[in-house]
Design a protein around this ligand. Sequence first.
Ligand code: MLT
Length: 396
Amino acid sequence: MYLNKHFSEVAESYLFSDIAHKVSAYQAAHPEADVIRLGIGDVTLPLAKPVIAALHKAVDEMGDQATFRGYGPEQGYDFLREAIQKYYAGRGIDLKLEEIFVSDGAKSDLGNLLDLFDVSNTVLVPDPVYPVYVDDNVMAGRTVKYMAATAENHFLPMPDADTDADIVYLCSPNNPTGAAYTTAQLEQWVAWAKAHHAVILYDAAYECFVTEPGCARSIFEVEGAKEVAVEVCSFSKIAGFTGTRCGYTIVPAGIEQGGMSLNKMWLRRQTTKFNGVPYIVQRGAEAVFTDEGMKEIQANLDYYRKNAAVIAAALDEAGVWYCGGKNSPYVWLRCPAGMKSWDFFDWLLENAHVVGTPGSGFGPCGEGYFRLTAFGDADRTKEAARRLKDALAKLK
Ligand code: MLT
């Protein structure tokens, strides 16, 4: 047998596993330290009550011969696809039911979608970026090119005359920088993709955090995007499903090449390699879109937004440059005193017992930056912000 040699081209372990190991080692060496984790973007609030009620009801259905369900449709039950369709329609976006595919999360889909593309495609990703896009492609042996996302372009790279690729990943609101494209900026990306016969893989996992007018929540707000873009989204961040697992991907019917339809290929791929998300979980996800579900979820999002404001206020007081936190649960800061990202990680852990994510873990342009998540508990976030401010004051 021959192993996939491309696995030797990715870092030995995944960024967030690396951080978890480092923190465990620190905690083992300093058992008295009260460490606050603002690293991985994992939610802390429990599932909304309407979601829990729907999950319970679905569990009962599974225990009753009359309502028991076996294999479900691989692309998701219609009740959930219709709820997603309505969610988009509420924002003026028209989706066909067959364009909506329910999955166990955005991370899986982002990797699985690559089954549809030849290995010869050139991939373009922003730098810094969610490391999954790069690793998925490197593991498959694809060439990955980077476009610099810097303070100068507000961490929102745009296509220019030299931009050349077959597959482009855009993540907006962005993980890790929190920057969000405006609809007008996405129009330029869609026009570029059309002109270059490229496809945009658009990660909208954080769309629910968008508050500023003009910022897009979906690439399908742009006319013609359905000819060139696939949108991947998740219940993780909007509704706290990080441990429950459910997401969805919109593969428009209009993306075709050489008589092949991307939508039909994805259906073929999913029906072959995936047996769908559990019925119980899909019923829980459906409840997200009810009036009561949305009300509670919006309150949860506000809770996280307040955490972001608390972190931002501490950085303001400490005179540290940052962005994000407005349309996103991530605050992206410049490491103080010219520290490198991992040095600041160690320094912050040592001096404040606070964990964040080193910017360089998201790509070379992230060097010298650091990400803090607003998904923590409110009191713990306040405590972390206080410690951060005190520690930073000592640096002056
Ligand atoms: C992150 O911290 O970047 C995210 O939680 C990772 C993910 O969503 O998989």
